[in-house]
Design a protein around this ligand. Structure first.
Ligand SMILES: NC(=O)c1ccc[n+]([C@@H]2O[C@H](COP(=O)([O-])OP(=O)(O)OC[C@H]3O[C@@H](n4cnc5c(N)ncnc54)[C@H](O)[C@@H]3O)[C@@H](O)[C@H]2O)c1
Length: 335
């Protein structure tokens, strides 16, 4: 069998440190990947004069699997978000954001294990119909949901639930007010849910979902929802388990996937060996599951859990006194 090639974008700020940590761990468990390194973000702007060079896009398309560190989008007009550009270009329609609580961290609850499956290309973030009147007094934007798009994301959520032995899928919507867009999403969610009698299907209005997540998160298993609601709810879920440093994200399309840390490039701690590499390590765990390498994924997740829960060489955001390299070594020692 030919070796799996992975495109690696180390990213900006703390990106290179935390991605190097993840690569050491992948190598340690014997993944035997070949890596093609590519630039994007600030680094690419400095080296190639553009945020997303064609060479990088070609490598993402060629290898089909990418591990990506956080990217800095320069502030100012003329720079569109690199992440949004990548999702659109490669039709990465599913954004998968799992959260898992570890004992001994700032997690608000124990035993949280929730996956948000967010539609990644439509709804309020499609960028359609953005108009501001000449005098600046009115602004409008279009939200568009298609039946195909809703079917794809809801089916993705149920298939994931079945594959992972999960029990329940909750469709989150605002169909009582947004009758056309959220209404279509809910209609499709109900139809698809009927095809999966082995999985409990529930539905919840988005504002109530926010309150329920804070007060009684254990009722949730898989959440499936539209783009804007998924963006907000998945950050809320990350807050339940100690913040964005603990949250990975997978962007999955029909034949291409990008796995990433959810947080940004943290310029305030860049180059200081202070960053917690957990989210990008968990993103590489998601990548292994996508590649049907679940044994190796489980090994890494278990080692990470032992390090975080024992407090052995943890980083400052986790209450420890160590840096990225010590934390990584603690995980490597357990593998
Ligand atoms: N996925 C991405 O590529 C992505 C996501 C969000 C922001 N960004 C970019 O990142 C830059 C900085 O954004 P920001 O400051 O708003 O958010 P940020 O997530 O980079 O940082 C917010 C706070 O969290 C801390 N933090 C983040 N990750 C950490 C880690 N792994 N370990 C320890 N502490 C960590 C930072 O030190 C900072 O105090 C911006 O240019 C933004 O555009 C990129």
């Amino acid at each position: 069998m030919s070796q799996q090639r992975i495109t690696v974008i180390k990213g900006d700020g703390i990106g290179p440190d935390i991605v190097d940590a993840a690569l050491q761990i992948l190598d340690k468990v014997g993944c035997n990947f070949e890596y093609d390194f590519a630039d994007a973000g600030l680094m690419a702007l400095e080296n190639h004069g553009e945020l997303l060079p064609q060479e990088t896009l070609d490598l993402i398309a060629k290898n089909k699997v990418t591990l990506k560190g956080p990217l800095t989008t320069p502030v100012g007009e003329g720079f569109t978000s690199i992440n949004v550009s990548l999702r659109k270009r490669f039709e990465l329609y599913a954004n998968l954001r799992p959260v898992l609580s570890f004992k001994g961290t700032k997690a608000r609850y124990e035993d949280i294990d929730i996956i948000t499956v967010r539609e990644n290309t439509q709804g309020m973030y499609s960028g359609l119909g953005q108009v501001v009147s000449d005098d600046g007094s009115e602004a409008e934007a279009m939200s568009k949901i298609t039946r195909d798009g809703a079917e794809a994301i809801v089916t993705f959520a149920y298939e994931l639930a079945r594959r992972e032995g999960r029990k329940k899928v909750t469709a989150v919507h605002k169909a009582n007010i947004l009758k056309s867009t959220s209404g279509l999403f809910l209609k499709v969610a109900r139809e698809i849910g009927e095809k999966y009698p082995d999985i409990e299907s529930t539905e919840m209005i988005v504002d109530n979902t926010c309150m329920q997540l804070v007060m009684n998160p254990h009722q949730f298993d898989v959440i499936v929802t539209t783009n804007l609601f998924g963006d907000i709810l998945s950050d809320l879920c990350a807050g339940l388990v100690g913040g964005l440093g603990m949250a990975p994200g997978a962007n999955i399309g029909k034949d291409c996937a990008i796995f990433e840390a959810v947080h940004g490039s943290a310029p305030d701690i860049a180059g200081k060996n202070l960053a917690n590499p957990t989210s990008v390590i968990l993103a590489s765990v998601q990548m292994l599951e996508y590649l049907d390498m679940s044994d190796k994924a489980d090994n890494i997740r278990q080692a990470l859990k032992e390090v975080i829960e024992s407090g052995d060489r943890t980083t400052r955001d986790l209450g420890g006194e160590h840096g990225t390299t010590d934390f990584t070594q603690a995980v490597l020692d357990r593998l």
